[in-house]
Design a protein around this ligand. Structure first.
Ligand SMILES: [Zn+2]
Length: 238
């Protein structure tokens, strides 16, 4: 599937995904629902508004974990709003945040929030730095993080540098959803996407001849996506 408008929903048995938005340089926002469990992936700008449109406060508090692929603003822009909303609405349960080692943006947001609001926040934030590819479980969902290759321009606008970036493969009751985040074509994503029930793959590069290491062209994305049982191409430029 190559979406023309958001949101996009997909569900198999008790495992579902809703992609509220995935527009490069603007915003991402994805919710996974596994039975009664809710996770957010890459909560970019607008995610609080989108969730508030359809979830009660109790359902919002039921979001137990945030999974961050990397620190670019279109993937973490909604985190401050969520943390602050939960404070104002008196959330009491822990909130877990998973992110790649070296993702200074999410650590900076957390540290700023802690320094401003630690004395008036009724819930705990548990930060989980991901250092390796070891699988772990959260709320009966198996999570397999894997490295991807994503770059950004430095200040001179010409040279590029690697950004700490992960993809995640989630398995709930045997249904597998693979989300690659932002990445150039890489073997790790190709391996994880293969035979997933759903692969959510970015196709952020418009220029088919451009291979600057930031995003995949549609052809590259399709090559990976089509190895899954079903796929959705996201992060396609407007
Ligand atoms: Zn990015």
């Amino acid at each position: 599937m190559i979406p023309t408008e958001y949101p996009i929903t997909w569900k198999k048995n008790n495992f579902g995904i809703k992609i509220y938005c995935s527009i490069p340089a603007i915003a991402t926002g994805i919710m996974l629902t596994a039975g009664d469990t809710r996770f957010l992936l890459d909560p970019g700008d607008g995610i609080l508004r989108d969730l508030n449109d359809e979830l009660s406060n109790e359902q919002m508090f039921n979001i137990s974990d945030l999974f961050i692929t990397h620190g670019h603003h279109d993937h973490v822009g909604g985190v401050w709003a969520l943390l602050t909303y939960f404070r104002v609405m008196r959330r009491s349960s822990d909130l877990h945040i998973h992110y790649p080692e070296g993702c200074v943006e999410i650590e900076s947001i957390y540290n700023a929030f802690k320094s401003v609001y630690s004395k008036s926040t009724p819930y705990h934030i548990v930060m989980h730095t991901i250092y390796d590819e070891l699988p772990f479980s959260r709320k009966k969902v198996k999570v397999q993080p894997f490295p991807v290759v994503h770059r950004e321009y430095t200040a001179d606008g010409k040279t590029t540098q690697l950004v700490p970036s992960l993809g995640y493969k989630f398995n709930f009751e045997g249904v597998k959803i693979c989300y690659g985040g932002d990445t150039a074509y890489c073997d790790s994503l190709a391996k994880m996407a293969k035979d997933s029930d759903l692969a959510v793959i970015e196709a952020g590069e418009e220029d088919e001849d451009n291979h600057d290491g930031m995003h995949m062209t549609k052809d590259e994305a399709l090559k990976i996506a089509q190895s899954a049982k079903e796929f959705c191409l996201v992060h396609v430029p407007d």
